[in-house]
Design a protein around this ligand. Structure first.
Ligand code: CP
Length: 313
């Protein structure tokens, strides 16, 4: 992969060739880990590096998978995981907080943040290597990479694959990064949900839309459920919620419409009986836990490249 593609701020410019090259490296790292239970058979152990994890929004899987990947690569991380208990509480700005953490000379950092034009502009000037762990409603590149890798693991190719996003596509940074990546890879995309949750922006103009869930599931090979991003909605616009649960929550009954060799994905977290009935986790087509596992390998490959680790084999 070229250095240009190692900018994991967004996937806007990642080509299909670069993505496939990346997935091949992830696959090799995963195979090696399954055999040896370490990443240090695949990458040469090197000088210990320090990575700062700056999470200005809540996270379980993204934050802990980065931490796991860093530890398994033989490096150290320090973590900033909420506003509470930090000087953000005293009125320090996000930009000053970032610069304070960078003054401690980490070798790289990983950042999750909400909508902030000032922080966006500032990050564009930062010279320390960094990875976007989710920004506003715009991008979640490492999630899209692990989603696409999970599809690739099953089908070995993206040819003739159709994927439908179900739910709050409008507020989903996961869907936005997947749109950028999966379109490059030739996946045919669709969205399904009540009109209030479907995206209206130019980026989605060419994407097919379904209102009926069973129709969408019959069309698709891969179904990706999405959580309703309540934190990004005005409470008064949530009147659709009860109807949503009965019409769009993925369950074993409506998933009968999906192909027997289809895939059910969800980036998580899911809200039981709202966007996903937990019974779906027992469906062999459901790879929600595999996505979490793959997140560690995907993020390890990104960090190993970012930190200049050499391959051992
Ligand atoms: N998918 C995802 O970003 O999950 P977390 O918010 O738990 O990191």
């Amino acid at each position: 992969m070229t250095n240009r593609a190692l900018n994991f701020h967004s996937l806007k410019t990642l080509t299909a060739k670069e993505a496939l090259f990346f997935f091949d490296e992830v696959l090799q790292l995963k195979d090696s880990f399954k055999k040896y239970r370490t990443f240090l058979k695949y990458y040469k152990p090197g000088q210990e590096k320090l990575v700062s994890l700056i999470f200005l929004e809540s996270s379980t899987r993204t934050r802990f998978s980065f931490e796991t990947a860093i530890a398994r690569l033989g490096h150290k991380s320090i973590s900033f995981s909420s506003k509470e208990g930090t000087s953000l509480d005293k009125g320090e700005t996000l930009v000053d907080t970032l610069e304070t953490l960078l003054a401690m000379q980490p070798d790289a950092f990983v950042i999750r943040y909400g909508l902030s034009k000032k922080l966006d502009d500032h990050l564009a000037q930062v010279t320390v290597p960094w990875v976007n762990a989710g920004s506003g409603v715009e991008a979640h590149p490492t999630q899209a990479l692990l989603d696409a890798f999970t599809i690739y693991e099953k089908y070995k190719s993206f040819e003739n694959i159709k994927l439908v996003f179900v739910g709050d596509v409008m507020h989903s940074r996961v869907a936005m990064s997947n749109l950028q990546l999966l379109s490059q890879l030739g996946v045919e995309l669709a969205v399904c949900g009540p009109r209030a949750l479907l995206p209206q922006s130019e980026a989605w103009k060419e994407v097919k839309a379904f209102e009926r869930l069973t129709e969408a599931l019959s069309w698709a090979d891969v179904c990706m459920g999405l959580r309703i991003q309540k934190e990004r909605h005005e409470p008064q616009t949530m009147s659709f919620l009860e109807e949503y649960k009965s019409d769009y929550c993925l369950n074993n009954q409506n998933l009968k419409s999906l192909k027997s060799d289809g895939l059910v994905l969800h980036p998580g977290p899911f809200v039981p009986f709202e966007d996903l009935d937990p019974e779906v986790l027992t469906d062999a087509r459901c790879k929600v836990r595999a996505q979490v596992e793959n997140g560690v390998y995907v993020r390890a490959v990104i960090l190993a490249n970012l930190l200049g680790m050499e391959r051992a084999q």
